[in-house]
Design a protein around this ligand. Structure first.
Ligand SMILES: [Zn+2]
Length: 384
């Protein structure tokens, strides 16, 4: 394999259907072969199934603090979406690369890989670490094993760039997100005998009201972070399933709710308030009728927020590299908070626009890839 443009590499990457539920090993195999062409060794960190892995490659001296270039290679599904082209065709047309993941976020990964010949052309005084992850789109799951390993390195990287699509804007923060599933087990009976039963839909409704009141209170009285369009923490119920017939008292209801928190609020504490209401107020009432009734909580995902100090070195560095002097925060979650959690200063900066993500006819402009490549060239020049 010789030198390829970011657009050519992206076209290749798109052709590997790496929807989160599938294996990403074929894509990683392609990346490994590509890296080997330039003498770069890489390692895989497998998940428990052995069907997916993260990939880490270091260019330069690993005993010197360097920068991480991080991106996920899984994508969201295309099921039930109306595409006007093949989402996994990787077609390049009219100055755009077309397909699932073009913006979110194989485009950035392609730019990083396209820059590898430049990274290896001259010795790097500051090393660069390429970190590719799996299962980001299902709760930032995959990257955690890679970060756990990096956190054990003798020399911690001095910064990390997560290339989610920000139109190359400098993003220093996003909210933390915690999602919970609640299963309410009531007691069934014919509806004519309703008082002898425990209606799971009714208890779920009371819990739902508690969660929406919590959200309303945060909106009215909660802490503020003016960087966000919705400048406060939110809480909402997104799923509610229960009951089958109007003449049967339902005994099984499930609700899924989430909290998206600014850094002033702790999502675990907010979830604990919900749990306490369920366990201390609702469950005793249910069990007074039938002791076997219960309310059970399960955490579906828990991703820390990002709140990098605007004065941090990494922010100044990224502004200089991208020739921007402003920074902002974004509504969507990323893996960045997980890097920050192990004390690696992190910013989100990448090509393309989040508005195209997760939708049909996803694309990225070749000019956007070129903008990112310029950013990486500037970074490499600084690292030489
Ligand atoms: Zn993404």
């Amino acid at each position: 394999m010789s030198k390829l443009s970011a657009a050519d590499i992206l076209s290749q990457l798109i052709q590997f259907d790496t929807v989160s539920r599938r294996s990403n090993l074929e894509l990683l195999g392609w990346v490994e072969t590509y890296l080997e062409t330039f003498g770069v060794k890489s390692r895989r960190i497998y998940d428990d199934t052995g069907k997916k892995a993260n990939l880490i490659a270091t260019i330069g001296d690993p005993t010197v603090p360097g920068y991480i270039l991080s991106g996920h290679v899984d994508v969201v599904p295309v099921d039930d979406q109306d595409w006007s082209f093949d989402p996994f065709g990787g077609e390049i047309r009219d100055g755009m690369v077309l397909g699932r993941g073009a913006s979110d976020m194989k485009g950035y990964v392609a730019c990083v890989l396209a820059a590898v010949p430049e990274m290896t052309a001259k010795p790097l005084a500051t090393p660069l670490h390429i970190v590719l992850s799996h299962d980001e789109e299902v709760g930032c799951i995959g990257v955690r094993t890679a970060i756990a390993e990096i956190a054990q390195w003798e020399t911690l990287p001095k910064g990390c760039f997560v290339g989610e699509p920000t139109d190359m804007g400098v993003i220093i923060g996003h909210k933390a997100k915690r999602a919970e599933r609640v299963v309410i087990k009531g007691f069934t009976a014919h509806s004519s005998l309703a008082p002898t039963a425990v209606n799971s839909v009714e208890y779920a409704a009371r819990l739902t009201t508690f969660i929406s009141d919590l959200g309303r209170n945060l909106q009215k009285n909660g802490a503020r972070d003016p960087y966000f369009d919705v400048p406060h923490t939110t809480a909402h119920v997104g799923v509610s399933h229960g009951g089958s017939m109007v003449n049967i008292v339902p005994n099984h209801t499930q609700i899924d709710f989430e909290v998206r928190a600014i850094s002033a609020d702790n999502p675990a504490e907010l979830v604990e308030q919900v749990r306490a209401f369920a366990k201390e107020t609702l469950e005793p009432q249910m069990q007074a009728v039938k002791p076997e009734c219960s309310i059970h909580f399960e955490t579906l995902s828990d991703t820390p927020g990002l709140d990098t100090c605007p004065d941090a070195d990494i922010v100044a560095t990224v502004k200089a590299l991208s020739q921007k002097n402003n920074h902002s925060k974004v509504a969507f979650g990323t893996e960045a908070g997980l890097f920050a959690e192990v004390h690696i200063p992190t910013v989100v900066v990448g090509p393309g626009n989040i508005d195209r993500a997760h939708k049909p006819d996803e694309f990225i402009k070749v000019s956007e890839l070129e903008g990112c490549s310029l950013f990486l060239s500037n970074l490499i020049a600084q690292c030489v």
